[in-house]
Design a protein around this ligand. Structure first.
Ligand code: SAM
Ligand code: SF4
Length: 326
């Protein structure tokens, strides 16, 4: 098992398949975002080789993200290649859901087990404003397709003050009364050149719980507050689903963090909120063998950071979220 110097078992790899996206969410990337040329991104065979190496080290949970993972060419083949890798137990995907009507079934057949679908509001005008041009109806169609394909479903909503921090949060939370889904509210985090906007707009978990409880009733803690992944779960009275809070800014979950991130350009990033990265692309393309790559990964994992430094105004500026893979 890959262990870091604090004794954490790092067994979960999130892979950003592309920095590109078919939306431009205001908290994620600028409208005029420039994307990396294709040759600078990990190629399919490079991804599968790295997955094989990570899995041989004890990583067993993999998540495909981005940018928007479903806009990557050969996405279905990438999923089936990962699924066929010895040691891989689960493959999940974080997606905006727009391509799921065509892709949910082929992805499920290829071995994908779950999708986390981003939907920040149910209100069509506000959805358009937050994503710059998205149509929320397309996300609903994606969710229907995911359900029909038998994929597990969770919803993700990033909350932005002044955009979707009031009735939108309540409407999303209300879904859990009649759907067996986990609806998770994510505290907005500051990155790259949209950091000022993000910092001003972050809404804390505490404030969100107060807003929801005032409209829908008291929230009761699930499982004594034990984290489900990165989310602390609550339930509304008589609800079918649960409400999760991912509060990386106000309540970091470093002690239980098991994850590492592989960026689309082949850097291993051990903490979302710290700039520190290790270049795997360079040794990969200059002929390193599996043992050499394993040693580089082991060393990187050992030095995985603990804690962000946002309260000391240390903000990761080297990348925006879509490049790291949220
Ligand atoms: N395109 C896919 C999607 O939107 O689900 C996957 C990539 S996206 C970068 C992954 C997750 O990061 C999404 O749930 C998105 O809402 C979230 N995200 C993006 N920017 C964020 C930020 N500044 N703070 C917190 N979460 C953010
Ligand atoms: Fe695209 Fe996801 Fe970023 Fe929105 S959050 S711009 S859908 S990568």
């Amino acid at each position: 098992m890959p262990l870091d110097r604090f004794g954490r078992n790092i067994t979960y790899l999130r892979i950003s398949l592309t920095d590109k996206c078919n939306l431009r969410c205001i908290y994620c990337m600028p409208e005029d975002m420039t994307f990396r040329p294709r040759k600078e991104l990990l190629q399919d065979d490079e991804i599968l080789r790295l997955v094989r190496i990570f899995a041989s080290m004890g990583f067993y949970k993999f998540r495909l993200t981005g940018g928007e993972p479903t806009v990557r060419a050969n996405i279905v083949d990438i999923v089936s290649g990962i699924a066929a890798t010895p040691g891989v137990e689960t493959i999940a995907m974080t997606t905006n859901g727009l391509m799921l009507p065509e892709l949910a079934q082929p992805l499920a057949d290829a071995g994908l087990s779950r999708v986390n679908v981003s939907i920040d509001t149910l209100n069509p005008e506000k959805f358009k404003k937050l994503t710059r041009w998205g149509d929320v109806e397309d996300v609903w169609q994606g969710l229907d397709a995911a359900k029909a394909a038998g994929l597990g479903i969770k919803l993700n909503a990033v909350v932005v003050r002044g955009y979707n921090d009031k009735e939108d949060v309540v409407d999303l939370a209300r879904l859990t009364l009649f759907k067996p889904w986990q609806v998770r509210f994510i505290e907005m985090m500051p990155f790259g050149d949209v950091a000022d906007f993000q910092q001003a707009g972050t809404v804390s978990e505490e404030e969100l719980r107060t807003t929801i409880a005032a409209e829908l009733g008291e929230l009761s803690l699930v499982d004594n507050g034990r984290l489900d992944g990165e989310a602390r779960l609550y339930k509304l009275p008589d609800s079918e689903g649960t409400i999760g809070f991912i509060s990386s800014v106000t309540q970091p979950f470093c002690a239980s963090c098991t994850r590492a991130r592989l960026t689309a350009d082949g850097r291993l990033r051990l903490c979302l909120l710290r700039e520190q990265e290790v270049n795997l692309m360079e040794p990969l393309r200059s002929g390193a063998d599996d043992e050499e790559l394993t040693a580089i990964i082991k060393e990187a994992v050992f030095w995985k950071p603990w804690g962000h430094k946002l309260d000391e105004h240390v903000i990761p500026l080297n990348r925006v979220m879509s490049e790291i893979g949220g």
